[in-house]
Design a binder for this molecule. Structure first.
Ligand code: FA5
Length: 364
């Protein structure tokens, strides 16, 4: 075992010189105060508080002092190290506070800045209703047929038994494509797709033809010059009005609800014989509320036209009317939408305001 050290050398404890200790403290305090950032503070801290710093060396040399000098030297070095430690801790707290302050300013959220978030669009209710109607008929095994919006006058009128003197051919209803005598129009109804379908294929034919149509009507609460119709056409052996009625009942039940029925009222269309106006039982009051706002208390709502395909139309389309019979119907989609959803003004449907469409919900 070694005894206490009595062979100390006063030269080797120069680091304990009070003057040098004070200088080391001053240097450390100045360095701490001058550190401009937490990184810099961390970097210089080792030079003043680390193992090789003047004060750490002085501390180590206390052990070599005679016992009588140890206490005083220990106190001096301890206080010096304490002052340096406090200075660094205080400067660190200051720099951290400055950093936090800066972060608060730099990362402030301005909640009034307009958001880059884009509102979701919405599918137009005309598309939604069209797809729902298509689904109903496709569910019954029908096919979807389409035709052009710019159509020949012959397919739009003549082939449909609408003679040259028929009012529907007048300037009042029809947009003619220039030159006016070229025989090209914007189709006024979807019925020319009937003719195209019959010319294209052999019976049996079960098709639904949705599409855009054009008439020189003024825009008001119940009319628009551009609107949508869907046309139904069935040509097969032994088809009667009863089949028409059954198809229409299945359709209104699919669109408006269980148990809703249709009724047919005599009407006239050149391309169907006999012809009938289709009424749908009111799905709101079912005929039991004389004050119903949907049907005006009548219990019935007018949907469109229908009838048995005229023999002349079958013949013009290359189908033998003695072998085949058929029925057809045509309904306005905007009016169906107004009725189904209680839209009071047709202009709301065509204006294209996404808030109107969004109210119908997002169906994909
Ligand atoms: C026709 O267009 C016939 N082609 C329908 C048809 C087809 C009858 C097959 C028989 C057999 P109508 O002109 O009535 O018929 O028009 C049908 C539907 O289109 C109307 O019931 C109505 O809902 C809608 N409609 C007519 N004009 C306008 C308009 N200006 N704006 C919005 N919808 C309209």
């Amino acid at each position: 075992m070694s005894g206490p050290n009595t062979n100390y050398d006063p030269v080797e404890v120069a680091a304990l010189d009070p003057q040098l200790i004070e200088e080391a403290v001053e240097a450390a305090l100045a360095a701490a105060a001058g550190a401009a950032s937490l990184d810099e503070l961390k970097r210089i801290r080792g030079a003043h508080q680390g193992d090789k710093s003047p004060l750490a060396l002085a501390n180590r040399e206390i052990g070599a002092l005679p016992p009588s000098a140890k206490a005083e030297a220990g106190k001096r070095v301890g206080q010096a190290r304490g002052r340096v430690g406090q200075a660094f801790t205080a400067r660190q707290a200051e720099l951290e506070a400055e950093r936090d302050e800066r972060i608060l300013v730099e990362e402030t959220l301005d909640l009034t800045v307009p958001s880059p978030y884009q509102r979701l669009g919405a599918r137009h209710p005309i598309s939604l209703v069209t797809e729902r109607v298509e689904d109903i008929f496709v569910g019954m095994g029908w096919e979807i047929a389409e035709g052009p919006e710019i159509e020949s006058e012959w397919l739009t009128f003549d082939a449909l038994n609408i003679g040259p003197d028929h009012p529907a051919r007048g300037e009042q209803d029809t947009f003619f494509v220039e030159p006016a005598d070229a025989g090209v129009v914007l189709r006024t109804h979807t019925s020319p797709v009937q003719i195209r379908t019959m010319l294209d294929r052999e019976p049996p034919i079960y098709v639904l033809c949705p599409g855009k149509v054009f008439r020189t009507d003024d825009l008001d609460a119940t009319h628009t010059p551009v609107f949508h119709q869907f046309e139904g056409l069935v040509v097969d052996k032994g088809i009667t009005m009863a089949h028409l009625r059954g198809a229409l009942d299945a359709f209104v039940q699919g669109l408006f609800g269980e148990g809703i029925v249709t009724r047919l009222r005599p009407n006239y269309f050149p391309f169907t014989e006999p012809s009938a106006e289709i009424d749908c039982q009111c799905w709101v009051c079912r005929g039991e509320d004389s004050a119903c706002r949907t049907c005006g208390g009548t219990g019935w709502i007018e949907l469109g036209g229908s009838g048995m395909v005229n023999r002349k139309v079958l013949t013009a389309s290359g189908i033998d009317p003695d072998e085949y019979t058929g029925f057809a119907f045509g309904l306005g989609i905007e009016r169906s939408l107004m009725l189904r959803h209680g839209v009071a003004d047709m202009r709301d449907i065509i204006e294209g305001d996404v808030r109107f469409s969004a109210a119908f919900g997002m169906e994909i």
